[in-house]
Structures are given as C-alpha cells and as structure tokens.
Design a protein around this ligand. Structure first.
Ligand code: ADP
Ligand code: MG
Length: 242
C-alpha cells in the first residue's frame, strides 16, 4: 500500500491549469525529491498533498485518507503530515519550546508535561537543546528552520513535506538544515522534498521527480535522472543548475 497515492491530479487557478495530470505513488519510508524550474507546479503539488489547495480533479490518498472525499477530516489528515516551508513562521512572542509545544497541546494530543518532554527531545535531535528558552528573534535562519522542523515533528507525523526549506537561508546555514532532513531519511520517515539543492537530492532521495509545466517530465533513481537524463527538458534544466 502506498503512503501517498496520486492519480490524474489536476489543479487549476481560474482558467490556468497548473497541474495537468500527475501520477505519483510514494511508499512507506521512501524519500522522493521533486525538482524543476520555478513555476512548474512543485509547491502546488505539495500543497495538494495536505489539501492546502482545493483539488480540481483526480485522486489523492494520503495515509489512507481520501483527500478528494468532501467528508474527509482535514484536521485529522494534517496531524499525520508535517510540512516545512521556505519561511518558518514561528510565533515571535513565544519561546522556542512553546512554539514546539503549541500544536500538540492545543490539539490535545499530549498533556503539557508530555508535550514539554517531547519538545525537549526534538530540540536535542535537531541540535538546539540549549535554545529551548530563546525567542525566535535570537536565532539564526538555520536555527529557526530547525525549530520549524522540530515543531512539525512534534505532532508525530507519518509523512513530512518540505518546500524549499533551505532556499531562504544564507549558504553557511543550508548544511545544518539538510543534515536534519538527512537524519529523518535515515530513520525511515516518508518524505516528499521539493529542493533546489541538487547534490542533496542526488544523495538523499530514493527517487527523483523532474516537473515542468505542471507535468512529470521524468522520474527515476537519482543515478538515472542526474547521471543519464532521458528527456531533453531534464537535460536543459540540469545543465542550468548543476
Ligand atoms: P513552483 O513551486 O514550481 O515554483 P508553483 O506551484 O508555486 O510552482 O506555481 C505554479 C503555477 O501556479 C505558477 O504559474 C503560479 O503563478 C500559479 N499559482 C500558484 N499559486 C497560485 C494561486 N494561489 N493563485 C493563482 N495562481 C497560482
Ligand atoms: Mg515553489
């Protein structure tokens, strides 16, 4: 059974069809990286996976939840899916610890002491145990993004989605965030990672999807997509970014 099953997914904004029929299956524990030019629909695809966008057509089943069923419990679905964006959106008036504890406590998944223990454990895991009481403003961009990842993990998701999580960071901070994602991959987290970091995609992914103009142009192992791309569009794109 696929952890993520997408069949014939289309998405339009008005008359602009930005996803033109995507078929994607992601197995449990699989790491899929999505690459492609700006405007090709990568973010929209990711947002359809937790229904941050209405789905125009096709089928999307995530963790057994049919997102195209109007009766689907979205709150429940989203508790199974962690998402990390380019911009971290931490609450500035709360400590790092409180930011991470918020969702588990509000959604009553955990008591405050449990949420606190879990948050401290997660901060340890992302290398920020010493920053529990800091405010987001006191952190570097890389540290803030690691807190954002810890915050997503606090809900114990089965699936993590990353949308260019390192694009807004200064170059010297990219590595520390990629390391956290790499660790998650090694622990067997199912992940869909939209990234501009081609070296990282090549190293961490089980499968690479190249998107252009709302379509999957090519997909395969990192060795095949990066090492021997079959489609001219993939070759053009890689020639520009590598
Ligand atoms: P990518 O992440 O690959 O850069 P996006 O998914 O962000 O691509 O965008 C794909 C296309 O969808 C673009 O043409 C973009 O302008 C359009 N688009 C994305 N979000 C919206 C929106 N909320 N309203 C209208 N058009 C949108
Ligand atoms: Mg995008």
């Amino acid at each position: 059974m696929s952890k993520i099953h997408v069949a014939g997914l289309t998405k339009s904004f008005g008359s602009n069809e930005v996803l033109k029929g995507l078929d994607v299956d992601v197995a449990e524990g699989e790491v899929v990286c999505v690459i492609g030019p700006s405007g090709s629909g990568k973010s929209t695809f990711l947002r359809c996976l937790n229904k941050l966008e209405d789905i125009t057509g096709g089928k999307v089943v995530v963790d057994g939840f049919d997102l195209t069923d109007p009766k689907v419990d979205l709150d429940k679905v989203r508790q199974h899916i962690g998402m990390v964006f380019q911009h971290f959106n931490l609450f500035p008036h709360m400590s790092v610890l409180e930011n991470i504890m918020l969702a588990p406590v509000e959604l009553k998944k955990l008591s405050r002491p449990q949420a606190r223990n879990k948050a401290l454990e997660l901060l340890e895991r992302v290398g920020l145990a010493s920053k529990a009481d800091a405010r987001p403003a006191q952190l570097s961009g890389g540290q803030k993004q690691r807190v954002a990842i810890a915050r997503a993990l606090a809900m114990s998701p089965d699936i993590m989605l990353f949308d260019e999580a390192t694009s807004a960071l200064d170059p010297e901070m990219v590595g520390e965030v990629l390391q956290v994602i790499r660790d998650l991959a090694a622990e067997g987290m199912t992940m869909v990672v939209v990234t501009h970091e081609m070296g990282f995609a090549r190293e961490v992914s089980d499968r690479v999807i190249f998107m252009a103009d709302g379509l999957i142009v090519e997909e395969g192992s990192p060795e095949s997509v990066f090492g021997a791309p079959r489609q001219p569009r993939t070759r053009d794109f890689l020639a520009k970014v590598l």
